[in-house]
Structures are given as structure tokens and as C-alpha cells.
Design a protein around this ligand. Structure first.
Ligand code: NAD
Length: 439
């Protein structure tokens, strides 16, 4: 089988490489010429563990190629996937579908007149988008033989390849038996390992993706508020999370407190679902509250640092460890650091920071930060250390060395990677989330 992947970003590149690993002949298309040139040279434009080997292997086998020419990619494809961005529209929080619709029109123009094609939205798109894609294609090419399908993607950055190759489920939404058969063919290796496949309607598949992301965002926000309550009443949020998570109805995952969710999906998808629901006359008041609580939380994190510094950071140096929205990615979209660092700077602090993969991207978004070559350099001379992202290398810092290089042994650990006991023994004034302080 042969597919085209339109949009070669975090989702398109990983999905394209994984389909080629399944044995599907895959062409990844992107408008960004420099991205495609780098991929053709064998360079990977994003940080994603294992992706370099997977791309190299399948490109060498001749199953995976890259082009900026959409028509070349679409020619002869059994399925064309749309994996372009759907960011928040400025001003109203609706998903910006302009990239999706532009891609649909371009695909329509490139469709082979003599063969059947399934047009699949892999991008996260609001209910109704698939039908609109079908309308655009029909309007542009009334004679085209095609069907539309929704196949939302659930991979997580940082573990994207494993998530794609061994997913919890695959969701396929379409009205067409013919399209279903093509999609079954593409996902055949997953059928063989008995991955649950949810076959449903277009609208339902589109909504499943938003319902999944908003549920997870709600779970995170819930435990974050419980963490705040723990601090007030002297309870330990990790024990609470364990105590509730062992109940199979609740589940253990996504009960880790932190500075608020960020990233390329949860913030925009929660907001978009709130807008969809309001427009449909069926408001989602829980999700509205989640969005509000999370926004406030990200902003409030800087106050914790200020409090740990005795009420002011004016003229102080803050050493920040981790700026990406989570570990094992270079993605900075809606990262909590984008709220925390400017707030500290506005309060008069000088911020020195280190991140293992995100500094290149972060430097464009966070001006006036001194970027350092490693964690110890970021903490050198600091009045306070702040862990924003839980990269593994921050879990095993040489605490004696950290104390030696810092001006004052104050640490604000927004990911709870250390324990209060260990930090007290190491001589730190330690502040974490939702756990009783030893003081
Ligand atoms: P991204 O910004 O990394 O990639 C999108 C790519 O599409 C860009 O390289 C852009 O140049 C390209 N593009 C835009 N219009 C194009 C066109 N007409 N022709 C060719 N290329 C075009 O975005 P992403 O993170 O991969 O997200 C893509 C979609 O997948 C979004 O809807 C997102 O919500 C969804 N999603 C993302 C993740 C994630 O973890 N990043 C997970 C699941 C779903």
C-alpha cells in the first residue's frame, strides 16, 4: 500500500516513519523546505527518542521519502493523511482549521482521476471538520473518487514511536466500508497483535480525541488542586494519589502534581472543546473550570519561587532546570516555563537556565535568559534553584556539588523529583508540591 502524509511535524513524521515500518510505502510532505531538505540529508528536525534510527532504516529500505511537492506525494496514494497543525485561533480559542482546509484543497487538486483515495484527518480537529473536508474536496474536484475518515492520533511526544507501534487503541471514524477496508489494511500489523480498533462514525472519532485529552487534563488539574489542599492540611499528595489510584475505577496514571499542564495539545484542545460545546448549546462547565484553574496555576508558580526567596526576587539570580513542557522533547508550545520565567524576570530576577533539548527553541521565546551548558552552570551563583521539567538528569544531581556552586541552598521542585528528607539531609531549604514540609 502507499500513503502520503501531509505535514511532517511531531505527528506526521512519527506516523509516517511508523507506517513505513509497517511496510507501507510512505511519502512525507511538508511546505517547510528546510525541514524536508534536512530530512533528505538524514537529519531529524525534532528531538524524539529513536526517531533517527527508524527514519534512517526505512528511508534506506526505500519505503520512506520526503518531498515539498504535495502532488507528487498524493499521486497513486491509497490514503492521504492530513497531519498539519491545528493551533488555537487567536482571540477566541477555536481550533484554527486554516491549515487543514488549505491542505484539503491542495489534496483535491492533486487527486488521481482514475483511482480511489481515502482522505484521513490525523490532526486533532473539531466535530464537523471531516464533513467540511469532504465538501471542499467535492467542490474542488466534483469528479474525484474519494471518502473521508477521521483517525485521531494519541501518541505522546517523548515516547511517540512506542505509542504509535503499540497503541492502547486505534480510532477509525468513517461512513464508508471501502474506506474502512483501506484503513484496516494500513493498520494490519496492529490487528495482528490484537490492538483494540474502535470503528465508529466520523463525528464520534473527532469527539473521542477531544474527550480523551480533556479528561486527562481534568485528571491532572484535579490532583493539582488536591496537592494545594494537601499543603494546607499537612497531607501528602503522593500518598493520596496512590491511595486513590489503586482503585481500578480511577487508575494510577496522570495523578502526578506539578506546575499545570502545558504542551502542544492539552491547552489548545481543552479550549477548543469548550468553544465547540458552547456553540452546540451544551456547555462543558467542568472543562471550562479546568482551563481557568490551569491558567491560574501556571501563573501562580512564580509566586512560589518568590515566597521561597523570602518574599522578593529583586536582584536575585534564579537557576532554572528544564524549560520544555515535559522531558524527552524539544517542544516548547505552552510550556509552564513560558509563564514562570517572564514572571520572575518581571519581579526583578536574573534567570540562568539549562534544558537538555529545548534551549534552541526556548531562546526564541524567552528573551534575556542566560542559557547555560549544563545544570551546574545554571545553578552557579544562584539564590534559588527551580526544577520546571523532570528530565532524568535532574533526578540524580550531585547535591553536594549543587550546594557548593549555589549562593544559597534554596530549591523549588515543581515536579517533586526529590524527597524532603533527602533534601534536608543535603542541607537545602526545599519546597515541593503538595507534600508536608519538614520545617
Ligand atoms: P507540527 O506543527 O509539529 O507540524 C505540522 C506540520 O505541518 C508543519 O511542519 C507544517 O510546516 C506542515 N504544514 C502545514 N500546512 C501544510 C500543507 N498545506 N502542506 C504541507 N505541510 C503543511 O504539529 P504537530 O505537533 O505534529 O501536530 C499536528 C496535529 O496533530 C495537530 O492537530 C495536533 O493537535 C495533533 N496531535 C499532536 C500531538 C503531539 O504530541 N504533538 C499528538 C496527537 C495529536
Amino acid at each position: 500500500m502507499r500513503i502520503a502524509m501531509i505535514g511532517t511535524g511531531y505527528v506526521g513524521l512519527v506516523s509516517g516513519a511508523c507506517f513505513s515500518e509497517f511496510g507501507v510505502d510512505t511519502v512525507c510532505v511538508d511546505k517547510d523546505q528546510s525541514k524536508i531538505e534536512r530530512l533528505k540529508r538524514g537529519e531529524i528536525p525534532i528531538y524524539e527518542p529513536g526517531l533517527d534510527d527508524l527514519v534512517a532504516k526505512n528511508a534506506k529500505a526505500g519505503r520512506l521519502s520526503f518531498t515539498t511537492d504535495l502532488a507528487e506525494g498524493v499521486r497513486g496514494a491509497d490514503a492521504v493523511f492530513i497531519a498539519v497543525g491545528t493551533p488555537s485561533r487567536r482571540g477566541d480559542g477555536h481550533a484554527d482549521l486554516s491549515y487543514v482546509y488549505a491542505a484539503a484543497e491542495e489534496i483535491a487538486r492533486a487527486l488521481d482521476p482514475d483511482s480511489y483515495t481515502v482522505i484521513v484527518t490525523k490532526s486533532t480537529v473539531p466535530v464537523g471538520t471531516g464533513r467540511e473536508v469532504a465538501r471542499i474536496v467535492r467542490r474542488t474536484r466534483p469528479e474525484a473518487d474519494f471518502d473521508v475518515c477521521s483517525n485521531p492520533e494519541f501518541l505522546r511526544e517523548g515516547s511517540a514511536i512506542g505509542d504509535f507501534l503499540r497503541p492502547d487503541r486505534v480510532v477509525i471514524g468513517t461512513d464508508s466500508d471501502r474506506a474502512r477496508a483501506v484503513m484496516r489494511g494500513l493498520y494490519r500489523p496492529l490487528y495482528l497483535i490484537e490492538t483494540p480498533i474502535v470503528m465508529t462514525s466520523l463525528e464520534t472519532a473527532e469527539l473521542i480525541k477531544y474527550a480523551a485529552n480533556t479528561f486527562l487534563a481534568t485528571k491532572i488539574t484535579f490532583i493539582n488542586e488536591i496537592a494545594d489542599l494537601c499543603e494546607r492540611v499537612g497531607a501528602d499528595v503522593h500518598d493520596v494519589a496512590k491511595g486513590i489510584g489503586l482503585d481500578g475505577r480511577i487508575g494510577k496514571k496522570f495523578l502526578h502534581p506539578g506546575p499545570g499542564y502545558g504542551g502542544s495539545c492539552f491547552p489548545k484542545d481543552t479550549l477548543a472543546l469548550v468553544r465547540t460545546a458552547a456553540d452546540a448549546g451544551s456547555p462543558l462547565r467542568i472543562v471550562e473550570t479546568v482551563v481557568d484553574v490551569n491558567d491560574r496555576r501556571k501563573k501562580a508558580m512564580a509566586d512560589r519561587v518568590v515566597a521561597a526567596c523570602g518574599g522578593s526576587v529583586e536582584g536575585r539570580r534564579i537557576g532554572v532546570l528544564g524549560v520544555t513542557f515535559k522531558p524527552n522533547t524539544d517542544d516548547m508550545r505552552d510550556a509552564p516555563s513560558l509563564d514562570i520565567i517572564p514572571a520572575l524576570q518581571a519581579a526583578g530576577a536574573a534567570v540562568h537556565a539549562f534544558d537538555p533539548a529545548g534551549m534552541h527553541e526556548a531562546a526564541r521565546m524567552l528573551p534575556d535568559v542566560t542559557w547555560c551548558p549544563d545544570a551546574y552552570a545554571a545553578l552557579d551563583g544562584a539564590d534559588c534553584a527551580v526544577i520546571i521539567t523532570e528530565w532524568n538528569e535532574f533526578r540524580a544531581l550531585d547535591l553536594r556539588r549543587v550546594r557548593e556552586v549555589m549562593k544559597a541552598p534554596v530549591m523549588v521542585d515543581l515536579r517533586n523529583v526529590y524527597t524532603a528528607e533527602d533534601m534536608e539531609m543535603a542541607g537545602f531549604d526545599y519546597h515541593s508540591i503538595g507534600r508536608p514540609s519538614l520545617l
